[in-house]
Design a binder for this molecule. Structure first.
Ligand code: GPV
Length: 832
């Protein structure tokens, strides 16, 4: 404040010159820091503290190191003033921070040493941390992986989102039924965030729009009726093997300090306070529905709340060093993660036109240069449609702006398409119908310079189905960036034994930053020494998983069995039901075998985990079915160790870190054309689990990388699906399928009435997701997996080739593609 632009730049330069590294990372310094935090931050005596308190102190000492790098990085960004990427997402599924941070900072061994001298076990302390679960599933975890890659690759990027007080619900299972419990994850404080009380912005809602004359020009002015304060919470994200640490800024809603004098003078002091407090509800809770838009007011308010605060922050940062909005697109790239933040487009227009007084076409030109969007959906139902009445009430000025954008769009389209009113109405941002709605996807398509799909196949689907009209008009906008996951969390953090094997055989740790090198393992795919180490690694991880299963479910499993896993959100299209019906088939076969046949059966532990959206009845029935089948199978003496069925409750990121490394075979069963990409499969692939999958989403590209012979592909192809829906099930498959469905229907596992409607969903003629027609092919793929498992050398070779072929599926590759093709940003590496 008080300084002009030149002075501010000079000051930034000078401050940068003062930069130095303060905190030391030798074991003694770390110990001292930890004990200081025990004493002064946790406020326990340094002579008496338990594991949780030790974890808190440890976390705070890591946090100090993160803050130091965070400051240096941002000082450097400020000095360089590069084009920055702003990643807007309503969900980030970060999981735990401790182990990931310590590994990325490169000081794990030092910490482990320091702690053991104090009498603590680093791994035990790490287990004290709860997950940050501010997201639902793949979309949110992808955002988290991408933040890790952005930091590691030194990109000048910021993440922006919402700081929900309640993350995704905890799943508890009572008598085989899912119940939801609130995830009040901030109960014990959160050492990974930094509250920035001084970084806050007012966000306005409701009210009216009026006409005003300003400098002889009439303008529209929004007179809001409600103001809520957005307060920043910063979460440093350290890169691996670099000093850079970027920021994930999450907004929390607080009551505004603009007092509503009216309510005070009426004397209703208590109610006035209570009403102010209601403001906080905006950031209270994450919507737990994966991909179904509910059209709720609170959801719209959440979206606008975080978008408005983020844009105020971004524009303030821009104005700090610039005073001409022509330069905005040279300094700012805005990425919108699915359509959830797409109200940002209208907000940018409102700020530029109403507040910065740019003319409309100039403002639109700027907006079109800064936005890009990634679509994660396939099904048209997943696309957000906001009822006009709702938008008009919460954000009246934005509704006008969207009408204006749509008017311009329609004028432009008429010039190209003429009088094709069907097409015009399909492409319109406004959907005329019983309930008039805004199509958020169309708003994004009209503005964004790039529209990304998340796998090659997904982009094809977008081009030929959901966004066909837009693709024909603007083919150059449409791109895809196949998703990826970060090998830092999914190998280095979660599978240390595999990590050392890879480094040892490649003779370098460089693959942790450049995962393409992992292909070097191919050379040793048949080496008996590597095989021995590899099998041992699997065994150690299976032991950990077996212990976890026994603690949670009391089911004892054999380590010789094939660990067969399907973990992901429960959805009909993901076909967990196909898996369970396959298990029933296996059970049925075993029951009808004599002893000599049984000796040839490959023992299996079938593991399923995942949450169902609270209102999704079919998904909840699938969870219950899994439990009743497990109850019957697991105690059947005819079966013994040949088959065990386990449902892992409360699946989340840290559970995934435990389960994936211990998996032999993982299942990805979506009906072809329904999974946009899938990212779980990539984590399994990296960890050397073999994949049993349909030719859907990224599995198609995985097959290209590792060779189809190294996985078990099955089921209808995308282009066969429509005909199969018409035609119905083939005879051979249908007999076996009908038999297992009948077992459920007849109450073989109990709960006959309860499962009736579930069985109905896969009846001939109603089987939308084609379980019946894919069943025979599914069983064949399962049989092929059994045969491969019998030959352990062959299996291990396939497993090595899976890891070796996983390089493409790193989020580092994805992020580099985005940086070059969509965002136009370059690395900006802090030189310390
Ligand atoms: I739309 N995805 C998600 O997790 N939640 C959603 O609401 C929507 C999509 C997922 C897709 O289903 C996956 O196929 C994809 O891999 C993931 O987003 C990340 O792109």
């Amino acid at each position: 404040a008080g300084l002009n632009l030149g002075e501010r730049k000079a000051k930034a330069e000078k401050m940068f010159g003062l930069m130095d590294v303060f905190l030391k990372n030798d074991a003694v310094s770390l110990q001292k820091d930890i004990l200081d935090h025990v004493e002064f931050t946790v406020a326990r005596s340094r002579f008496n503290f338990d594991d949780f308190e030790a974890y808190q102190a440890l976390a705070h000492s890591v946090r100090d190191r993160l803050i130091e790098r965070w400051h240096d990085t941002h000082q450097y960004f400020k000095k360089k003033d590069p084009k920055r990427l702003y990643f807007l997402s309503l969900e980030f599924l970060m999981g735990r921070s401790l182990t990931n941070s310590v590994i990325n900072l490169g000081i794990q061994d030092q910490y482990a040493d320091a702690l053991s001298q104090l009498g603590f076990d680093y791994e035990v302390l790490a287990e004290q941390e709860g997950d940050a679960a501010l997201g639902n599933g793949g979309l949110a975890r992808l955002a988290a992986c991408q933040m890790d890659s952005l930091a590691t690759l030194d990109y000048p990027a910021w993440g922006y989102g919402l700081r929900y007080q309640y993350g995704l619900f905890r799943q508890i299972i009572v008598d085989g039924f899912q119940h939801e419990q609130p995830d009040f994850w901030l109960n014990f404080g959160n050492p990974w965030e930094i509250e920035r009380v001084h970084v806050s912005y007012p966000v306005k809602f409701y009210g009216t729009v009026e006409e005003e004359v300003l400098n002889g020009k009439t303008c529209r002015v929004w007179i809001p009726a409600e103001s809520v304060e957005a307060v920043a919470y910063d979460n440093p994200i350290p890169g691996y093997g670099t000093r850079n640490a970027i920021n994930l800024r999450l907004w929390a809603a607080k009551p505004s300090d603009q007092y509503d004098m009216e309510s005070y003078t009426t004397g209703d002091y208590i109610n006035a306070i209570v009403n102010r407090q209601k403001a906080e509800t905006i950031s209270n809770v994450l919507y737990p529905d994966d991909r179904s838009y509910q059209g709720k007011e609170l959801r719209l308010k959440q979206q606008y709340f975080f978008v408005s605060a983020s844009l105020q922050d971004i524009i303030r940062r821009f104005k700090d060093l610039h005073n001409n909005f022509d330069e905005f697109p040279e300094k700012v790239a805005l990425q919108i993660n699915d359509t959830h933040p797409s109200i940002a487009i209208a907000e940018v227009m409102r700020v530029l036109v109403d507040e910065e007084h740019l003319d409309w076409s100039k403002a639109w030109g700027i907006a079109c240069k800064i936005f890009s969007v990634t679509i994660h959906a396939v099904q048209p139902e997943a696309l957000e449609k906001v009822p006009i009445d709702l938008l008009g009430s919460v954000l009246p000025r934005h509704l006008e702006i969207i009408y204006e954008i749509n008017y311009c769009l329609m004028e432009e389209l008429k010039k190209i398409l003429g009088q094709d009113y069907d097409k015009l109405s399909r492409m319109s941002i406004i959907e005329e119908g019983a309930v008039k709605c805004i199509r958020m996807a169309n708003l994004s398509l009209a503005c964004c310079h790039t529209v990304n799909g998340v796998s090659r196949l997904h982009l094809e689907t977008l081009k030929t189905r959901v966004f066909k009209d837009f693709y024909e008009l603007w083919p150059q906008k449409f791109q895809f960036k196949t998703n990826g996951v970060t090998q830092r969390r999914w190998i280095v953090v979660s599978n240390p034994s595999l990590c050392s094997i890879i480094s040892k055989w490649l003779g370098t740790e460089a693959w942790i930053r450049n995962v393409d090198l992992i292909a070097g393992l191919r050379e040793y795919a048949e080496d008996p020494d590597l095989h021995a180490e590899w099998k041992n690694m699997k065994k150690v991880n299976k032991m950990r998983l077996a212990e976890y299963i026994e603690t949670l479910t009391s089911v004892k499993v054999s380590l010789d069995a094939m660990f067969d896993v399907q973990i992901k959100r429960i959805h009909e299209y993901k076909r967990q039901l196909l898996n369970i019906l396959g298990i029933i088939h296996r059970y049925d076969c075993i029951k009808n075998m004599d002893e000599s046949d049984k000796r040839r059966v490959v023992p299996r532990v079938c593991i399923i985990g995942g949450k169902a959206a609270p209102g999704y009845e079919v998904a909840k029935k699938i969870i219950k079915l899994c439990h009743v089948v497990a109850d019957k199978v697991n105690i059947d003496p005819d079966v013994g160790d040949l088959l065990k069925v386990v449902f892992i409750p409360d699946y989340n990121v840290s559970v995934a870190e435990l389960v994936i490394p211990g998996t032999d075979l993982s299942q990805h069963l979506s009906t072809a054309g329904h999974e946009a990409s899938g990212t779980g499969c990539m984590k399994f692939l990296m960890n050397g689990s073999l994949l049993l999958a349909t030719a859907d989403g990224s599995a198609v590209e995985i097959a290209e990388e590792i060779g189809a012979a190294n996985m078990f592909l099955f089921g209808a192809k995308v282009d066969e699906v429509p005909a199969l829906r018409e035609k119905g099930t083939s005879l051979k498959g249908s007999l076996q399928f009908a038999r297992v469905v009948r077992m459920v229907r007849d109450g073989h596992f109990g709960f006959k009435d309860y499962f009736k409607s579930l069985c109905d969903t896969v009846e001939e003629g109603k089987d939308f997701y084609l379980l019946g027609s894919d069943f025979a092919s599914y069983l064949e793929a399962q049989a092929a997996a059994d045969r491969a498992f019998v030959d352990q050398e062959k299996w291990t070779q396939m497993s090595i080739l899976s890891t070796a072929g996983s390089g493409k599926f790193s989020s580092d590759r994805t992020i580099e593609e985005y940086a070059e093709q969509s965002w136009g940003i370059e690395p900006c590496k802090c030189p310390f």
